[in-house]
Design a binder for this molecule. Structure first.
Ligand code: NAD
Length: 458
């Protein structure tokens, strides 16, 4: 069994199975055997099963939230937010299942018709991270099932309990064995098994860029369709014409969500020189109002980081910045509570040569950089291997369009700190990956296009 610990205090929360290679292969066998019949079920039937799953989980969202708090460390308030976001994918794809339309194309021969249909790609294997233990799973499973694919999920070892609870509720809803499977255990072995098996037609991965590249390399032999939701290095740009109060609030909410352990967390905060000091002072006030504690309570708190490695990485990045001249406006070290808590930290007087500029921080740290011109900040924002999301605050319409056009990222968020909902296409460019999740674009990742020529009709 895999032991699962509460990052807030190190206590044992529960155990998940450590599946053997034979058990993983058996799950692939079941997903593969179930595919032909599942892919031919009526869209309405798949939709009804998803809807039932949505209703059963919705009725117990509090129990899911408390479990997530225990195994992931996020507070209940945030867990409930994630659950509503994650349930949104089940609801959305229960509806979208019925709308996987094809095309007819004007014929190129007078005795022929051209049909284009969308078919489910086949059995899918998906690997998910620990930072959103609920939503990462629903947004892959609901989309795959809606499209007519079967799916095997390998959740992160840190947070398998929420995943197994979702599976349990899927079974209660009538989603059968084979159609939705789950395995846990040695990630390397499971990844190899998924990628080497020709019956798995698609890999959907959310996690680090390094592991994404490894899975892409491993999948070359069987040439699978892939969705890659990888790391980020989000710029958060505040121009001097912005509503500074709203920008400060948006920044603090976006940054402290999940204690900063989010792929779309603002990672480089660029503030126009004339409003720099005002914004820094305001975010300091806002951050100081938020308690740092374990999260089994109603209010929003900053919780622990997921493990010791995560804490050490954040400390190393902050220490490197300090050693190279950064000014600590707030925090700057592990929190006095000890354990895996890192103090919310604001750093200024940073330069582009520090490690923290090019590395995904994954912690409650606000690195604030000054800029002067629009061209300069666009160039600096794009100076990264990543391209997941960029945030910008301005009230000028022309500039908004220029930012949308010129920033190299899959998502550009203007005048808000909030990105996600089921109805929008989430995903990145460059080394943040490819493919989209959510919206009608998301389902395209689980189907292939079939062209049928019907000639001889004259
Ligand atoms: P990670 O890549 O280490 O782990 C993610 C998943 O991959 C886990 O389930 C893990 O067990 C598995 N894994 C690890 N090594 C593997 C291997 N060799 N073969 C197969 N599977 C393997 O990432 P992490 O540190 O746990 O998660 C944080 C990363 O995820 C960050 O880089 C973050 O930006 C990224 N992320 C991206 C998105 C997105 O949508 N773009 C969302 C959340 C997190």
């Amino acid at each position: 069994m895999i032991d699962v610990f509460n990052p807030a205090n190190g206590t044992l929360v529960g155990r998940a199975p450590l599946h053997s290679a034979a058990q993983v292969s058996a799950a692939v066998d079941r997903a593969s055997a179930a595919f032909p019949a599942w892919s031919r079920t009526l869209a309405k039937q798949r939709s009804e099963l998803l809807r039932k799953w949505f209703e059963l989980v919705s009725a117990d969202r509090r129990a899911f939230a408390e479990l997530m708090c225990l195994e992931n460390g996020k507070c209940v308030a945030e867990a409930l937010g994630e659950i509503d976001y994650g349930l949104g994918f089940i609801e959305w794809y229960a509806e979208e299942a019925k709308r996987v339309y094809g095309d007819t194309i004007p014929t190129h021969a007078s005795d022929a018709a051209v049909l284009v249909t969308k078919e489910p790609v086949g059995p899918v294997a998906a690997i998910t991270p620990w930072n959103f233990p609920f939503m990462m799973i629903t947004r892959k499973v609901a989309t795959a099932l809606a499209a007519g694919c079967t799916i095997i999920i390998k959740p992160a070892e840190e947070t398998p309990l929420t995943a197994y609870k979702l599976l349990e509720y899927a079974r209660k809803a009538g989603i059968p064995e084979g159609v939705f499977e789950m395995v846990t255990g040695d990630p390397v072995g499971i990844g190899e098994r998924f990628t080497n098996d020709a019956r798995i037609r698609k890999i959907s991965f959310t996690g680090s860029t390094a592991v994404g590249k490894l899975l892409a390399r491993q999948s070359a032999g069987t040439l699978k369709k892939m969705t890659m939701e990888l790391g980020g290095n989000a710029p958060f740009i505040v121009f001097d014409d912005a509503d500074i109060e709203q920008a400060a609030r948006g920044l603090v909410a976006a940054k402290l969500r999940n204690s900063g352990q989010v792929c779309i967390s603002p990672n480089r905060i660029y503030v126009q020189s004339s409003v720099h000091d005002r914004l820094v002072a305001r975010i300091k006030e806002l951050v100081e109002e938020i308690p740092v504690e374990q999260g089994l309570q109603e209010r929003f708190v900053v919780g622990p980081l997921i493990n010791r490695r995560a804490l050490d990485k954040v400390a190393e990045l902050v220490d490197d910045a300090k050693a190279h001249g950064a000014k600590v406006v707030l925090g700057g070290s592990a929190h006095a509570r000890g354990g895996l808590f890192y103090a919310p930290t604001i750093l200024t007087e940073l330069n582009d040569d520090m490690q923290i500029r090019s590395t995904e921080i994954f912690g409650p740290v606000f690195p604030v950089y000054r800029f002067d011109t629009e061209d300069e900040v666009i160039a600096r924002s794009n100076d990264t291997e990543y391209g997941l999301v960029a945030y910008a605050w301005t009230r000028e319409l022309g500039r908004s369009f220029r930012l949308s056009r010129n920033i190299e990222s899959g998502m550009v968020i203007l005048n808000s700190g909030s990105v996600g909902t089921a109805s929008v296409p989430f995903g990145g460019v460059k080394q943040s990956g490819y493919g989209r999740e959510g919206s009608h674009y998301g389902i395209e990742e689980y189907v292939h296009v079939k062209y049928t020529l019907m000639a001889g009709l004259a």
